[in-house]
Ligand binder design. Sequence first.
Ligand code: GLV
Length: 338
Amino acid sequence: MTGKPRVWVSRPTFPEIIARLDEHFAVTSEPQEVRFSPAELAARLADQDAAIVGLKEHIGAAEIAGATRLRIVANLGVGYDNLDVAALTAAGVAVSNTADVLNESVADYAWAMLLGAARRIGAAERWLRAGHWHATEFTGWLGMDVRGRTLGILGMGRIGQAIARRAVGFGMDVIYHNRSPLPASLEHACQARYVDKPQLLAASDFLVLVLPLTAQSRHAIGAPELAQMKPTAVLVNVARGGIVDDAALAAALASGGLAAAALDVFEREPQVHPALLALDNVLLSPHIASASHATRRAMTALAVDNVLALFGHGPHAGRPPTILNPTVLVAAGAVPHP
Ligand code: GLV
């Protein structure tokens, strides 16, 4: 092969971090956020050796059918439900995510949302900005305390654990449900107790969702699950749209079946269910749980590290640090790019 291998960056990120690729790659970066159609994605990927993509890029067999040179898709996100890993693996394409570097930022944000919903911060701010504050009512804007309440966590990976650790400072009782219980040492570090899902739903005053979106977790919180929750409970979703049935949630919030919710993610992002937009007891944000200055930079750097490593460069040469399908390295004999 002549010339440098090519890498496509599907969205604007941090040019100074992407520039680390320049020595070894010909880089094409999209100058603005675009929602590519499957055909546009296929055209963009067709002549690339590597791609750094975001969660809005859905890539599977059809999108890579013509991408015969493609060797890695590095996802700018810890969740990778936008990628068909089986199809990419079958085509010998490595897939990486941005595990771990965002844990603490997402945990902080989950707490911001939880407290914001409990204390009605979004609605109070809208009311103030609308010019309604003429006198302070002693009994106005009453919210919920968290101390002494039960925090439930559905999905107890590293982000869930980081959320649980913070609960100690808030004086909460923490329960969780996961595919399997944590080892005792981790449960102890998190001060958290394993329960089954019905118990989690019934006992949580605040329920935070931190599980990946899969075929099994789609609508893990729908009308039947919402009916099992306390009418005084608050639901927080910082994981993925689709885990919650947004229409069922809006109905529960409107009818008093649930006290409040805080949502950073939605079933049809960037569209938000109109019934949710009409409610004051739901705090909404545009999928920004990992969006701190440092963390979005760290995510970009990790995606770059994965690409460099797959092509035999950088400190992780030959071993992309957060590869999700390492079998492709074995299949390819982990041969650095010529
Ligand atoms: C964000 O949603 C991520 O998966 O990193």
